[in-house]
Design a protein around this ligand. Structure first.
Ligand code: SF4
Length: 342
């Protein structure tokens, strides 16, 4: 079976794991090509204008795969831990794709909902931590076997594939914690990585979801442009889950949204990190959760008197305007550091 993986949304978090799992089960995996103007236009014209940019991009990538694969992998990630939910776009992603892209290949669309029992059970009591881990593990295994059953009836093969996929994910996380961005870590993981970079003059924390930060087309090569301006970047992928959790505790007390650690957790951590000269947050127009979360980050940065810039991107964001803002921010950091040295 040929499985298509759209190079959008959760691709940046889980691609090595998904690819390993499907290939171990005998499937061939095809990833859509990097985003272009055409990809975005194809997705945008099927959706109402208010839809967030990453979902428009995702739909364009699904269309890219039409005619090339047997099924496209579009999971519905509802929750990855009890009482913490994904945004509505993730919850209904397969339904949305089926509704607006009738010509899309058939979907492989597992539902991943590790909060299921707590939301369905009216007499639900907060579980103890050992109950949480048992229940979460059980739900997780059920999901894996359901997906695996599309490829084999042998549960041992599914188990082995899942074990290798998990190892691939751990390797990928390790690569990112050495300071690589997700696209760089994927290149390394596929045996095609560049040499490590030298330290730059400034260090800035990039705050936002990976699908916003690392899609070179929609951000006009933000990461490369910052490096050309003499900036080393640090991101949520480069710190540990414990540090992200502490960052959330510092800023909001507890997580409410799945993937909140990429925004609030990373910001909470880097606001305390003296190596970091400032924070750049990237959100997308039409994103409900980020409009709240990035405001929390903005206020925290102001209280901590740390330089902060918020970029909101949509399909009309111009490259020239973005470069001007980046250059101005980096100039301001340079002046600030000079003043502090005097
Ligand atoms: S979190 Fe925001 S940007 Fe991401 S899918 Fe949901 S609405 Fe879109």
């Amino acid at each position: 079976m040929r499985i298509g993986i759209p190079r959008a949304l959760l691709y940046y978090q889980y691609y090595p794991m998904w690819k390993t799992f499907f290939e171990e089960l005998g499937a061939s995996v095809q990833v859509s090509s990097p985003t272009t103007r055409t990809t975005l236009a194809m997705g945008s014209e099927r959706l109402v204008a208010e839809t967030c940019l990453p979902v428009k991009v995702f739909c364009g990538h699904v269309l890219q795969l039409a005619g090339q694969v047997d099924r496209v992998f579009v999971p519905a990630v509802r929750s990855l831990e009890p009482k913490v939910l994904s945004c509505s776009k993730f919850l209904g992603l397969p339904d949305l794709v089926r509704a607006v892209l009738p010509e899309a290949p058939s979907l492989l669309d597992p539902e991943i909902d590790l909060d299921r029992r707590s939301s369905e059970d009216k007499d639900w009591l907060p579980p103890t931590s050992s109950e949480i881990s048992l229940r979460v593990r059980w739900t997780f295994y059920q999901t894996i076997y359901r997906v695996g059953s599309h490829f084999t009836r042998d549960p041992r093969r599914v188990k082995e594939a899942a074990g290798r996929a998990w190892q691939a994910h751990q390797d990928y996380l390790f690569l990112m914690q050495t300071g690589l961005t997700p696209p760089e870590a994927i290149a390394w993981w596929e045996g095609d990585g560049d040499s490590p970079r030298e330290e730059d003059e400034h260090v800035l924390a990039l705050i936002g979801h990976p699908y916003n930060l690392y899609d070179a087309y929609i951000t006009h090569n933000l990461v490369t442009k910052l490096r050309e301006l003499g900036v080393s970047i640090v991101t949520s992928e480069m710190i540990s889950p414990e540090e992200l959790r502490q960052g959330i505790l510092d800023l909001t007390g507890q997580p409410y949204w799945t993937y909140e650690d990429e925004v609030v957790g990373a910001a909470g951590h880097y606001l305390r990190d003296e190596r970091v000269d400032g924070l750049i947050a990237v959100g997308s127009f039409g994103c409900g959760p980020d409009s709240t979360l990035l405001d929390v980050v903005r206020r925290a940065a102001r209280e901590a008197r740390r330089p902060f810039m918020n970029l909101v991107i949509d399909e009309h964001t111009g490259e020239a305007g973005l470069i001007t803002r980046l250059e101005a921010f980096v100039d301001m950091i340079t002046l600030r550091k000079r003043r502090q040295r005097r």
